[in-house]
Write a protein that binds this ligand. Structure first.
Ligand code: NAD
Length: 302
């Protein structure tokens, strides 16, 4: 079984972004961090580090657990109107009482590097994505990097969340060189999960259930992409029991070291895309892989 490691894919994206950033004024990403969630702390620190790597200034806007909604919204308005801020993202989970939808409404679609603004979500659903949410984008780039074109495959996705499963299903079923798959979206309401997983040429899991997928649940020669991340005493674990699938699957992502690193780079890719969209800037993406998914500059000005 081939291990589909994320680092070479993340490195390839980062290299491309570093080249672009060396020829322009530094980009600025603002990350909202409300409360003291431990995973959010880790994720936001990894963004600061990645920013240093690709030449982006990452500003953390910290708010205490008891911060008022208004206080956060006032700051969001400032960042939204600041031409020197190119992208805004809000770390989740948020403390109870903070309304994410009201915060998201303050983020202009042109700075929505998470691709979750209703306008961007609608464009994606219409097959004209402006920003692809980072986790699905990373999964796509990883699959394509390893030459595993989903075209014509039966793909099963487990998990129907707004930021992972649903956009991934829309993207992979799209009539595009990197789509064209027949997609099944499974979830907790699925009656016979086994029937679906056993028929999948490609199985993508985003359930957050450690060890959900075992070797006897998959098709011989299947490609497995694990997006699940569950922190345990033994470290981070995915949804796929890698030991049990290794004699059956053709290829699988490890956890950690699989899709995670590509997600962070994909968010930065969206930031650069935001800047290219804001124009004028003559440098687009030259990397063939990124170009395949995001096409040219014109496609985003729709
Ligand atoms: P979520 O927690 O909002 O939802 C989980 C989904 O999985 C639901 O749609 C549910 O119906 C489905 N599900 C759960 N158990 C199932 C089962 N036994 N059978 C069938 N379906 C089942 O989802 P999320 O926010 O997309 O997160 C899912 C996982 O992905 C988590 O582990 C999260 O940490 C991880 N995640 C990873 C990345 C990444 O970059 N790799 C990014 C975001 C989230």
């Amino acid at each position: 079984m081939e291990l589909l490691k994320g680092k070479p894919v993340a490195d390839r994206i980062d290299e491309e972004l570093k080249i672009i950033s060396s020829g322009m004024e530094p980009l600025k990403l603002v990350v909202y961090l409300v409360g003291t969630d431990a995973s959010s702390e880790v994720y936001s620190r990894s963004k600061v580090k990645k920013g240093e790597r690709v030449g982006v200034e990452v500003v953390l806007r910290r708010f205490p657990k008891g911060a008022a909604q208004d206080e956060i919204e006032v700051q969001l308005n400032k960042d939204s109107n600041d031409p020197e801020v190119h992208g805004i993202m809000i770390e989740r989970p948020l403390p109870e009482g903070i309304r994410i939808n009201d915060l998201m409404r303050r983020v202009p679609p042109s700075k929505d590097v998470e691709g979750l603004h209703p306008e961007n979500y609608g464009l994606l659903g219409m097959g004209k994505p402006r920003f692809i949410p980072p986790t699905p984008l990373g999964a796509l780039l990883l699959i394509l990097h390893y030459g595993l074109k989903p075209d014509g495959m039966d793909v099963v996705i487990i998990g129907r969340s707004l930021n992972v499963g649903k956009p991934l299903a829309a993207l992979l079923s799209r009539k595009a060189p990197w789509g064209n798959a027949t997609v099944t979206l499974a979830h907790t309401g699925t009656q016979d999960l086994l029937r679906h997983t056993r028929g999948a040429d490609m199985l993508i899991t985003a359930a957050g259930r450690p060890g959900l997928i075992k070797g006897n649940m998959i098709k011989e020669g299947a490609v497995l992409v694990d997006l699940g991340i569950t922190p345990t005493d033994k470290g981070i674990v995915g949804d796929i029991d890698l030991g049990s699938v290794q004699d059956v699957a053709k290829a699988a992502t490890p956890t950690p070291g699989g899709t995670g690193p590509v997600t962070v780079s994909s968010m930065f890719l969206n930031l650069f895309r935001a800047r290219i969209m804001a124009g004028p800037l003559d440098i687009g993406f030259t990397d063939e892989l990124i170009g395949t998914v995001y096409q040219n500059r014109e496609a985003i000005r729709w």
